[in-house]
Design a protein around this ligand. Structure first.
Ligand SMILES: Cc1cc2nc3c(=O)[nH]c(=O)nc-3n(C[C@H](O)[C@H](O)[C@H](O)COP(=O)(O)O)c2cc1C
Length: 118
C-alpha cells in the first residue's frame, strides 16, 4: 500500500521504494500550486549509468527521454480525465538535497497530476 511520502521508482521490480516521509511537494516547483497536487513526478537522469557519452549528449538524451515519458503521462491523464502539467522552473539544488540526489544525477523536470477544476 502506498501512503503519503516520497518514493523512488525501481524499474526492475516496477515498485516504489520510500525515500522520505515528509511532504516535499512544495519543493518541486516555484509556483504555489506545486504544493497542492495529489501526485508529482520528478524526473531524474542518472548520468553515471549513461556510459562513455559526452556531457552534451547526456543532456540531450536525458531531455529527450524525459519528454517521451512526460508525454506518456499526459496521454494517460487525458484518457483518465486527470489534469497534468510539466514544470522546468524548479529550485534544483534544494530539491536535489531533499531527495538525496547524487551529484552525478540531474533533476530534469517535475510533472504534477491532479483533478481538473470543476
Ligand atoms: C518543458 C516545459 C517546461 C515547463 N515549465 C513550466 C514551469 O516551470 N511552470 C509553469 O507554470 N509552466 C511550465 N510549462 C508549461 C506548462 O507545463 C503547461 O504547458 C502550461 O501551463 C499550459 O497548460 P494548459 O495547456 O494545460 O493550460 C512548461 C512546459 C514545458 C513543455
Amino acid at each position: 500500500m502506498i501512503v503519503n511520502g516520497t518514493y523512488v521508482y525501481e524499474a526492475k521490480t516496477r515498485s516504489l521504494a520510500p525515500i522520505a516521509s515528509e511532504d516535499l511537494r512544495a519543493l518541486t516547483g516555484k509556483q504555489s500550486f506545486a504544493k497542492d497536487a495529489p501526485v508529482t513526478l520528478v524526473f531524474v537522469a542518472d548520468y553515471a549509468r549513461m556510459g562513455k557519452v559526452s556531457q552534451e549528449d547526456k543532456d540531450v538524451y536525458s531531455a529527450a527521454d524525459t519528454g517521451y515519458i512526460s508525454q506518456n503521462v499526459y496521454l494517460f491523464c487525458a484518457s483518465e480525465g486527470l489534469a497534468t502539467g510539466v514544470r522546468a522552473s524548479i529550485d534544483r539544488p534544494t530539491l536535489a538535497k531533499a531527495l538525496k540526489v547524487r551529484p552525478e544525477q540531474k533533476i530534469i523536470l517535475a510533472q504534477s497530476i491532479g483533478y481538473p477544476k470543476r
